[in-house]
Ligand binder design. Structure first.
Ligand SMILES: Cc1ncc(COP(=O)(O)O)c(C=O)c1O
Length: 298
């Protein structure tokens, strides 16, 4: 579903992928679609994947496993969570959906992309299909390409999307038209993402810009101004945003319109990649600090 809002003279069409499914929402739906299909096709014993303790991907994978009767294992960063599952809304949700966990030290987690570590995990959990962190692999790119509908999306000058691993924007870049530019609002300070996007997007990086100006200095860092922006945005447009990805993206889009970096009368397609399940965890942290809470309903 698309919802068009206007800011100054700029029209912003929000592609509400957050509404695709209650528990498997946004780009997680797109990334898991062909991965789950593949796990079924190879008769995998289950799906094993990776994430932080508040990961949207962990929550979505657990929900998909429950929906399609597939076993799921989450390799979770931080052994300290092993005895605190009930205090964490993402982990308790995933556990209720039937996910089993393997908690790692932060050092062990750093090995998550290496082939020897994946082999070790495959020996530990034989028959499991391994999906990388964030669900990001070639099958995910295929799913993310489906975010764009070339028959109706040629009218947009800009296509905007939040960036973590870069898989979602790679799928989008693969379908960009010559008159269009993609802007990726990067949620973390990893400047090597462009190399991976280059591989996933068949060298379309010339058509896309990665913007690091709105991540507030680090992954998951938030401030009062961002919380206020998310609350005002919801009150005005009835669109809930998360504080880690989509909130920062829209904050950035509005600021770039204010500064005329995005030209007046432009037409933007902004992808709502979901992530709303993360709000509860962030609100619990804000509450402890006596800060303003994110007040959105979804
Ligand atoms: C809600 C949300 N939006 C955007 C992203 C970024 O997607 P990608 O990792 O494909 O760049 C993520 C996570 O990775 C996410 O959870």
């Amino acid at each position: 579903m698309d919802q068009t809002i206007t800011y100054k003279s700029v029209s912003i069409t929000v592609r509400r992928d957050d509404l695709l499914h209650k528990d498997i929402s946004g780009n997680k739906f797109r990334k898991l679609k062909y991965n789950i299909e593949h796990a079924n096709m190879i008769n995998a014993k289950g799906v094993l994947t990776f994430g932080g303790a508040f990961s949207n991907h962990i929550a979505a994978t657990a929900a998909a496993g429950s929906l399609y009767s597939i076993n799921t294992i989450g390799v979770i960063r931080g052994q300290e969570w092993e005895h605190k599952i009930t205090t964490n809304p993402t982990l308790s949700f995933a556990q209720n959906k039937g996910m089993n966990f393997y908690f790692t030290t932060r050092d062990e987690y750093k090995r998550r992309h290496t082939s020897d570590y994946i082999e070790e995990l495959q020996n530990k959990y034989p028959g499991y299909y391994v999906v990388p962190e964030g669900g990001s692999n070639n099958l995910a790119i295929l799913g993310c390409q489906e975010i764009i509908d070339p028959t109706i999306d040629s009218k947009y000058n800009y296509i905007c999307c939040a960036v973590g691993t870069g898989a979602t924007i790679s799928g989008i870049a693969n379908l960009l038209m010559p008159q269009q530019k993609a802007i990726g609002f990067v949620a973390l300070n990893d400047f090597s993402i462009i190399d991976q996007i280059n591989v996933w997007s068949n060298n379309r990086v010339c058509d896309l810009e990665l913007n690091y100006n709105y991540n507030l200095g680090a992954y998951a860092k938030i401030n009062n101004q961002l919380v206020q922006f998310i609350n005002d945005f919801f009150n005005k447009f009835e669109i809930p945003l998360d504080p880690i990805y989509t909130g920062k993206m829209f904050y950035g889009i509005f600021d770039m319109i204010d500064k005329n970096i995005i030209e007046p009368y432009s037409k933007i397609l902004a992808i709502h990649t979901g992530g709303l399940q993360g709000i509860q965890g962030i609100n619990e942290k804000l509450k402890k600090k006596n800060k303003e809470l994110i007040q959105v309903i979804f």
